[in-house]
Design a protein around this ligand. Structure first.
Ligand SMILES: NC(=O)c1ccc[n+]([C@@H]2O[C@H](COP(=O)([O-])OP(=O)(O)OC[C@H]3O[C@@H](n4cnc5c(N)ncnc54)[C@H](OP(=O)(O)O)[C@@H]3O)[C@@H](O)[C@H]2O)c1
Length: 272
């Protein structure tokens, strides 16, 4: 059985589609399972005992970041190991490093626990998702950030899901980390040009110093500490750490990852 956590998220929904009837979704509320229209169990990653894993199952372990992420992730991994799960496929982030900002640190610690668990593992390490652009453009056609001229190999989260589906349905392979990117790495000025084309109205990227980007995020409702870290992270990403692209998606799927233009044509620049 393939168990899919984070099933209502950007990756999870696409993964459920990719797997057809072959998945059991873990959802926090029954109506989410009804809406997904697949086999489901109500469970919560904060309660590891509610995650329905048994011997030989393959577990897709993913969810958004929230306080307590590392502890909860580790407890679910321990439960999977004790249950004799055949494989855990999880979503991390490219360049996860202990002591890094936000998810970079959290994922590094969760990944280390998985690697030491004894359960066969596959770690997906994507860069930023194209889905992030939804809602980023304001009424005046501006999108803000602190990436400078840095390039980012943005990936469609659906391609992350397609890779996960391939790894979960093939015979369990060797433990590995897969660095996943889209086919190109645009600057944010180039992203704005693509959004202009897709939306049919002018969009421009406005680069802000870290302190101003943090204040902007805070005005949009983000807690001050998270806003400061996220703005600093954008500047770090701008140094080029996500600028090169990999051939991993094509190697696994036998087709190239979707371009930003293809993504925007499919979604109308608004959703996943
Ligand atoms: N966004 C990016 O650019 C980016 C880049 C690299 C890596 N990542 C990583 O990608 C992952 C997020 O994937 P995503 O975008 O598919 O997620 P998402 O769209 O943010 O969805 C989050 C999912 O997690 C579920 N969830 C949250 N708390 C939960 C809990 N306590 N128990 C069970 N489920 C819970 C949510 O369920 P509900 O519907 O019930 O809330 C939802 O299904 C994160 O690990 C993030 O660090 C993101």
């Amino acid at each position: 059985m393939i168990i899919v956590t984070g099933a209502t998220g950007s990756i999870g929904r696409a993964l459920i589609e990719e797997l057809g009837g072959a998945a059991r979704a873990v959802v926090r509320r029954a109506e989410q399972g009804e809406e997904l229209g697949c086999d489901y169990v109500v469970g919560d990653l904060e309660r590891p005992e509610s995650i329905p894993v048994g011997p030989g199952d393959r577990l897709f372990l993913n969810r958004g970041l929230w306080p307590g992420f590392v502890r909860a992730h580790q407890a679910v991994i321990d439960r999977a190991a004790a249950a004799g799960v055949a494989q855990v496929v999880t979503v991390s982030v490219r360049g996860a490093t202990p002591g890094g900002l936000l998810g970079f640190d959290m994922h590094a610690r969760a990944d280390a626990h998985l690697k030491a668990s004894g359960v066969p593992w596959s770690i997906l390490a994507p860069v930023g998702y194209m889905q992030n652009f939804a809602g980023e453009v304001d009424e005046e056609g501006r999108m803000f950030g602190s990436y400078g001229k840095g390039r980012v190999g943005y990936i469609d989260a659906r391609d992350v899901a397609a890779v996960a589906a391939a790894l979960l349905t093939r015979p369990v392979g060797a433990d590995a980390t897969y660095e996943l990117t889209g086919p190109q790495a645009p600057t944010h000025d180039e992203v704005a040009a693509e959004l202009t084309r897709a939306l049919g109205r002018p969009v421009r990227y406005v680069d802000l110093p870290v302190a101003e980007a943090a204040a902007h995020l805070e005005r949009r409702g983000m807690p001050a500490g998270t806003a400061r870290d996220l703005a600093a992270l954008m500047a770090q990403i701008g140094d080029g750490r996500w600028a090169d692209t990999t051939t991993t998606v094509a190697g696994i799927l036998g087709r190239p990852p979707r371009s930003l233009r293809e993504f925007l044509a499919r979604t109308g620049a608004v959703a996943g």
